[in-house]
Design a protein around this ligand. Structure first.
Ligand code: HEM
Length: 544
């Protein structure tokens, strides 16, 4: 058990070569650490033997302590209140929603449950409404339990290190393995939980109850780290590279590769974009020629901006097997061990720890069993994937916007300028208001669309929701860009330098374009949202 100190005992350690301080009721020995303290040595000597909580809070975020505690903490002050148990699972009150709500939403009473328990820091709009005791027809006890489970893991094992990993441009492998062990990877495919290919399970959710809202929660909570690089390092390749295999791959191929991928032992990515083909997918040129004996394809071509490519064992690759345009495109699973596959890491503006990659295929021999879907019908495979990919981008963008808002709100309540807290300046409150209202609008649309996915199933949602999801991607990424700009203005210099209190804001400002350009650029999304919607509404009887 950690040593218990009286204030007098701590006071005795008040010298340069014996320098203890108290922060939030815990006692830290900073004698050695002060030589490497980024804020300077003397500043810690000035508070030697004293309670420095106020000064600490002024210059740091609490997550700094999570990281340094194991190294520096030597005990606690006597009578220190027990640590808040915010991260421990709380009992969740689950209550049937009133009948009229259930009837209006056309869902059964059993489904229409309301989770009343508050959760998180309760900053207004700092979490989705149902975390802050709003009624919702979408969430059940398993959703509430899952958010606790994921947040606890992220808070302890990920968030304190994210800045370090981003700078190193690499997230330790053990985190990805935990994503597999904890059963999260298997739940992120936009399909029901694939029990037939894995024995991994999510602790708080029985596999048969897994739905799209559970998937939303995992992605949303991962995104609280405020790092596109971190989120993409975990699900950026997987979330778009594996669903086509699951939906359209042959059974033998799936039995061979899925168990390792779902367990987090192997990695996969999606290789579509080329130096000369981005949103204009139908014009890709990477070619795959069938050998005379019909047993292999020989692949030649280049792929660019491929997330996770550098670490991937498998590449779900769009290739040209036929004539020009979308009718000549197929999808092949290419394995890294095949001779002729080379990867090179790319240097990009943002998402540093996501492993953006340039890939070359030179006379790569791929067995026909690795064809995903039918030859020359790869466009359907790619299209089916887009909704899931874009919803992932929406969930991440919107949580990043929320993080930018939440960080700003917390900072505006402690930072003082001209004798007032920032939040007391109307110009700052206006910025916060503009951020919050866009985040909330976006999240409510997102939940509606996720609910449609749940009810419609893959084919109907692919046909009907493409336009709305494109519009939502445009909306969420525009909101993200707006919030990054406003948060940077609120944080001032702290958002201009890297690390420290403004770390998330500075990083997300750099990550924005990775959300506005890939997965269909903003301009393509806005156009598609109208074109696609008109087509769908023509089919359902629109009267123009
Ligand atoms: C356990 C005690 C402490 C630890 C582990 C610690 C750690 C750090 C770290 C990691 C940074 C870099 C920025 C960041 O990541 O937030 C930093 C910056 C800083 N720290 Fe500390 N610190 C401690 C206590 C204190 C105290 C008590 C003071 C003031 C009396 C202080 C003043 C500063 C200042 C002025 C900066 C620079 C802030 C900036 O760049 O804006 N630190 N500290």
């Amino acid at each position: 058990m950690a040593k218990v100190f009286t204030p007098e005992e701590v006071k005795a350690h008040n010298k340069s070569d014996d320098n203890f301080i108290i922060v939030h009721g815990d006692v830290y020995d900073v004698t050695e650490f002060k030589n490497e303290h980024p804020g300077g040595k003397k500043i810690l000597e000035r508070v030697a033997g004293k309670d420095a909580t106020v000064q600490f809070d002024k210059y740091h975020k609490l997550s700094v302590l999570e990281k340094y505690k194991p190294k520096l903490q030597v005990g606690s002050l006597e009578g220190k209140a027990p640590a808040p148990k915010a991260e421990e699972p709380k009992p969740v009150a689950v209550k049937a929603a009133p009948a009229p709500v259930a009837a209006a939403a056309k869902i059964s009473d059993e489904e229409a449950v309301t989770v009343h328990e508050t959760f998180g820091d309760l900053i207004p709009y700092g979490d989705p409404g149902w975390y802050q005791s709003y009624h919702s027809p979408y969430y059940k006890a398993t959703h509430a339990a899952l958010r606790v489970e994921v947040r606890e893991w992220i808070t302890k094992e990920v968030e304190p290190y994210v800045t370090e990993w981003d700078e190193a441009r690499h997230v330790p492998e053990k985190i990805y393995q935990q994503m597999g062990q904890r059963g999260y990877l298997a739940g992120l495919l936009g399909v029901k939980y694939p029990v037939e290919y894995t024995d991994r399970r999510v602790a708080s959710v029985p596999a048969e109850e897994w739905d799209h809202f559970h998937e939303l929660i995992v992605t949303d909570e991962l995104s609280r780290t405020g790092s596109g690089g971190f989120v993409w390092s975990q699900i950026g390749g997987y979330g778009i590279g594996l669903p086509p295999v699951v939906r359209f791959g042959g059974e033998a191929l799936k039995k061979r590769i899925l168990p390792g991928l779902l367990a987090g032992e192997k990695r996969i990515c999606l290789a579509i974009t080329e130096p000369d083909a981005g949103s204009d997918v139908a014009n890709l040129t990477c070619e795959a020629k069938l050998t005379e004996d019909g047993k292999h394809y020989i692949v030649n071509g280049e792929k660019k901006w491929i997330t996770n490519g550098i670490w991937s064992d498998y590449f779900t690759t769009a290739v040209r097997t036929g004539g020009p345009g979308m009718g000549g495109v197929s999808v092949l699973l290419i394995e890294k061990t095949s001779p002729g596959v080379s990867v090179r890491k790319m240097d990009c503006q943002g998402v540093w720890s996501s492993g953006t990659t340039y890939i070359t295929f030179e006379d790569v021999k791929v067995p026909v069993e690795n064809l995903i879907g039918k030859e020359n019908q790869g466009f359907k495979v790619i299209m089916t994937n887009f909704n899931h990919e874009r919803l992932g981008i929406v969930i991440q963008s919107n949580r990043f916007s929320r993080v930018l808002y939440e960080e700003s709100m917390k900072y505006a309540n402690k930072r003082k300028t001209f004798g007032k807290k920032l939040v007391e300046h109307p110009v700052i409150r206006m910025k916060l208001a503009q951020m919050a209202r866009q985040v909330e609008a976006c999240h409510n649309w997102l939940e509606n669309i996720v609910y449609q996915c749940e009810k419609m199933g893959t084919t109907e949602s692919m046909l009907r929701l493409g336009g709305a999801i494109a519009g939502l991607k445009a909306q969420s990424t525009t909101t993200f860009e707006f919030c990054a700009r406003e948060a940077a203005q609120i944080f001032g210099g702290l958002a201009y330098s890297r690390g420290g209190q403004g770390a998330k804001v500075e990083r997300l400002y750099r990550d924005v374009k990775a959300y506005m350009i890939p997965g269909g650029s903003l301009e393509i999304m806005e156009d598609l949202s109208i074109r696609q919607a008109l087509k769908v509404h023509q089919a359902i009887g629109m009267k123009l």
